[in-house]
Design a protein around this ligand. Structure first.
Ligand SMILES: Nc1ncnc2c1ncn2[C@@H]1O[C@H](COP(=O)(O)OP(=O)(O)OP(=O)(O)O)[C@@H](O)[C@H]1O
Ligand SMILES: [Mg+2]
Length: 409
C-alpha cells in the first residue's frame, strides 16, 4: 500500500480537488487509471486498498480533498456491491463511488448502481470515460453536468387524481438517493402541489416565468428560480396564482426543456392531466412519457385515446410507457386485461398504499424510500432501470440513448 502523502506530495492544496481511492483494484487497471487520472488537473489516485475498508477510513484517507471518489473493482464478485453499499451508507455526499468492471452486462450495471455507484467504468479504462466521470463528480456538487443531455421523463395522468404528483415526487427523490442530479418540474400552469408535498415554501417565480425569460436563460438565471430540497433535489415550482399562465409559446417551452436536460442527469416533469398545448410541447422534448393509470376503465380508456393522439402527432410509440398506480392483486381488472386493452405491457407497477402516501403528502414529508416496503421496492425497480439506461446510453454515445429500453419490457 502506498502512502497517500507520497502520491500527492508537492501538490498545493488548491490542486487537491479530487482524491481517488481504489478498492481491490488489480495492478494493471490501477496503473491505467493513474495514467488517465493524471490528465485531469487536481485529481490524484491516493491509494489502493485490498481490504474491506470502512467508511470512516475512507473519509480519513480522502479528508484533504474537496471531492472524494472510491473506485471499486466489481470483477470481485458480490463482495464488491457490499463494500459499495457500506461506503454509500456510511460516508457523506462528498464521496462518489465508481464501479470498475470488464463486464458491461445491464444486470451488473444495475447491481452496481443499486449499491450506490454513480459511474460505471468499463475496463480497460478509456481517457474520455475517466475524464467524463471526474467532470461529473464536480458538476454533481454544483447540480449540473455541462455538455451532457440528461433524460427527460414526463409523467401524465390518464385522468385527474391518478397519482402523478405522488409518483413524480418519489421517483425524483429516489434518483437523488442514487446520487443522480435531478430536477423536478411542476408543469401545472396554476396551483401545483409539489412544493407543498415536499414541505417547502413556494418560490416567488415558477417554471412559466423561467420560460418567459428564455432569451436570457443561462445557468445563473436558472439558479435563481430553483427551490432546493435538503435531499439535493431541485424543484421548479408552479405558479401560486389562481389564474393559469396562458399564451406560453410552445417553442419557448421546448427550448427551456432542452436547456434543463443539459443541466441534470434527470428532469422529471409532473404534468396536469390532459394534452394541452403546453403539455404537448413538454412531451416533444421528453425521452419518455409515462402515462399513469389506475386499474379503472375510464383511466384505461383515456390512456388509449392519449396514445392514439400522440402517436398521430409522431411521438414515438416506443417512448410511451404505462405506469399502473394503486396496483393490487385484488384489483377487479387484472393486469392481463389491462395490457390486452392497451395493446402494450405495463412497464411499472406501483402498489396501492393509501395510508402511507396520503400521510406523507399531508405531512410534507415524503416516504422514506431507504426503508424496506413494497412501495420502496417498486420505486427502486423503476429508478434502477432509468439509471441503467442512462449508463448504457452514455457508454454507447449520446446519440443512442434509446438503445436500452427504459423499462426493459
Ligand atoms: N400508490 C398509491 N396508493 C394509494 N394511494 C395513492 C397512490 N398514489 C396516489 N395515491 C393517492 O391518490 C390521490 C391522488 O394522488 P396525486 O395527487 O398524486 O394524483 P395526481 O395525478 O397528481 O392528481 P391531480 O390530477 O390532481 O394532479 C392522493 O390522495 C394520493 O394519496
Ligand atoms: Mg398532481
Amino acid at each position: 500500500m502506498t502512502d497517500p502523502n507520497v502520491t500527492i506530495r508537492g501538490s498545493r492544496s488548491s490542486e487537491r480537488r479530487i482524491g481517488i481511492l481504489c478498492i481491490n483494484m488489480d495492478p494493471v487497471s490501477r496503473e491505467g487509471l493513474e495514467t488517465l487520472v493524471a490528465q485531469t488537473p487536481g485529481a490524484h489516485v491516493v491509494d489502493n486498498v485490498d481490504r474491506h475498508i470502512n467508511p470512516r477510513e475512507v473519509m480519513r484517507m480522502l479528508e484533504e480533498f474537496q471531492h472524494r471518489v472510491c473506485v471499486i473493482n466489481f470483477d470481485e464478485g458480490e463482495e464488491s456491491a457490499r463494500i459499495s453499499q457500506r461506503i454509500h451508507e456510511g460516508c457523506d455526499t462528498s464521496v462518489s463511488i465508481f464501479a470498475a468492471s470488464s463486464d458491461a452486462h445491464p444486470d451488473q450495471i444495475i447491481a452496481a448502481m443499486r449499491s450506490g455507484c454513480s459511474e460505471y467504468l468499463q475496463k480497460p479504462f478509456r481517457t474520455d470515460q475517466v475524464a467524463d466521470a471526474l467532470a461529473h463528480v464536480e458538476a454533481r456538487h454544483q447540480g449540473k453536468l455541462p455538455g451532457q443531455k440528461g433524460q427527460v421523463i414526463t409523467l401524465m395522468g390518464a385522468k385527474g387524481g391518478a397519482g402523478v404528483t405522488s409518483l413524480a415526487l418519489h421517483l425524483a427523490l429516489n434518483l437523488v438517493r442514487q446520487r443522480q442530479t435531478c430536477l423536478l418540474v411542476d408543469q401545472h400552469p396554476a396551483l401545483g402541489d409539489l412544493a407543498l408535498c415536499l414541505g417547502m415554501g413556494r418560490h416567488q417565480y415558477s417554471f412559466y416565468e423561467l420560460i418567459h425569460n428564455m432569451d436570457r436563460l443561462d445557468v445563473d438565471l436558472l439558479q435563481g428560480f430553483l427551490l432546493q430540497h435538503p435531499s439535493g433535489l431541485h424543484l421548479l415550482d408552479s405558479p401560486e396564482a389562481i389564474h393559469a399562465f396562458s399564451n406560453t409559446p410552445s417553442d419557448a417551452i421546448e427550448h427551456t426543456m432542452a436547456f434543463l436536460a443539459e443541466n441534470y442527469q434527470f428532469v422529471i416533469v409532473d404534468c396536469p392531466p390532459g394534452l394541452s398545448e403546453d403539455t404537448c410541447a413538454v412531451i416533444r422534448q421528453s425521452d419518455h412519457l409515462a402515462i399513469v393509470i389506475t386499474p379503472e376503465l375510464p383511466a384505461i380508456h383515456n390512456a388509449i385515446r392519449s396514445i392514439q393522439y400522440l402517436t398521430g402527432l409522431h411521438y414515438p410509440d416506443e417512448n410511451i410507457d404505462i405506469v399502473l398506480n394503486r396496483y393490487s392483486r385484488k384489483n377487479p381488472l387484472s393486469e392481463r386485461e389491462i395490457e390486452a386493452s392497451l395493446h402494450r405491457q405495463i412497464a411499472v407497477k406501483i402498489p396501492n398504499d393509501y395510508d402511507l402516501i396520503v400521510n406523507a403528502m399531508n405531512a410534507g414529508t415524503p416516504i422514506d424510500l431507504a426503508r424496506k416496503s413494497e412501495l420502496a421496492a417498486a420505486f427502486d425497480t423503476w429508478t434502477d432501470r432509468l439509471v441503467a439506461n442512462e449508463s448504457v446510453a452514455e457508454k454507447a454515445g449520446k446519440g443512442s440513448r434509446k438503445l436500452f429500453s427504459l423499462f426493459g419490457s
